[in-house]
Design a protein around this ligand. Structure first.
Ligand code: ATP
Ligand code: MG
Length: 326
């Protein structure tokens, strides 16, 4: 038993990292738990302001992507974060229980505030909103990639701090990591693959054409050794390809390395491309079909929004009462 919650930002089409680090797990968990919520977290996506028309479009495209990956709205509540206003309300209350130094060292802030000259207050307090997302539904299990683990720790701390001040309301929420915890950028294997990366060649999106996939993998940064080995510390580029290959072909890393025997990295890249293309082709086709019907996607989200509101309202009423607002 328990409740699963996770979110994804509508900052672009999901990529291999999102798929292997989180979405694949989302799909298998919806068959294991009876109460599952997946959110398109649009409030998070404006920590770096977005063009409104583009954002509106990205939200529906994200819905289509998630469905194409196998999220089933009959089993999971698929909804849009901003349409459930309790997220923002709980975030304020949790923010009042969070110290500034606690947020300063979190990864999202360190990476993204550097990309701009200065980070916004929203970017800084983003992990508090994320804690609110999770706690609002008294979630117990949160499938995420490795880059989110420290944010999950904050959510656990805030549950404890809230419970300490106001009485037992929130359960502890555990991170659920998939076997592929982190996919690296194809241009810079010291960084993770990210939707918001401006270099198109750095990420493989789940809707890329076979030609694009082959080109991006061919150009992927490796090193000067032609033999294929798996050693993420000293050979992060090649090892990232091995990770991708293994996950997409559903084989072990050892098996992937043994299939690379006798191939140089150039020839191996072809093998990796084939595995990725084979796996993504049905997803891309399904995405193209689903994204055409905007009204249908909108209706699905509205249904999910209503169901999420029904779960959020009583928890928020309890929180207001505990805090002394009633
Ligand atoms: P953005 O650059 O806009 O932050 P993102 O690619 O980091 O986009 P998110 O929407 O922030 O994607 O995260 C969605 C989920 O995908 C989270 O669970 C996150 O941990 C996971 N994830 C993101 N990037 C990777 C990656 N490179 N490897 C594994 N998991 C990842
Ligand atoms: Mg991210």
């Amino acid at each position: 038993s328990g409740r699963v919650f996770s979110g994804i930002q509508p900052t672009g089409v999901p990529h291999l990292g999102n798929y292997l680090g989180a979405l694949e797990n989302w799909v298998s968990l919806q068959n294991q738990y009876s109460s599952v919520l997946y959110s398109i977290v649009d409030l998070h996506s404006i920590t770096q302001p977005k063009d409104p028309a583009l954002l509106r479009n990205n939200i529906l495209d994200m819905a289509a992507s998630l469905l194409a990956c196998g999220v089933d709205p009959e089993r999971a509540i698929l909804f849009q974060q901003s349409q459930v206003s309790e997220h923002s309300e709980l975030s304020w209350i949790l923010g009042c229980l969070t110290s500034m130094p606690r947020l300063r060292h979190l990864p999202q802030w360190k990476v993204k505030s550097k990309q701009k000259n200065e980070g916004s207050v929203g970017l800084y307090t983003y992990p508090v909103l994320q804690a609110a997302d999770i706690l609002l539904y008294k979630s117990t299990h949160v499938p995420v990639g490795e880059d989110q683990v420290q944010h999950l720790d904050l959510a656990q701390d805030l549950a404890r701090i809230f419970n300490y001040h106001y009485g037992d309301v929130f359960p502890e929420a555990r991170a659920l990591l998939s076997s592929t915890r982190k996919v690296k950028s194809l241009r810079d294997p010291s960084a993770k693959m990210s939707k918001s990366d401006t270099q198109a060649m750095a990420t493989i999106s789940i809707t890329d054409s076979p030609d694009d996939i082959a080109l991006k993998i061919r150009r992927a940064v490796t090193d000067f050794t032609s033999e294929v080995t798996f050693d993420p510390e000293t050979r992060p580029g090649v090892s990232n390809l091995v990770t991708i290959h293994a996950a997409m072909a559903t084989i072990t890393v050892q098996e992937a390395v043994s299939r690379a025997k006798g191939l140089d990295t150039g020839a191996y890249k072809t093998l990796v491309s084939e595995a990725v293309i084979q796996r993504l082709t049905p997803i891309r086709e399904e995405f193209q079909r689903l994204r055409a019907d905007r009204a249908h996607l909108q209706n699905l989200l509205e249904l999910g929004n209503r169901r999420a509101r029904e779960l959020a309202a009583p928890v928020m009423a309890e929180v207001r009462h505990r805090v002394g607002f009633s």
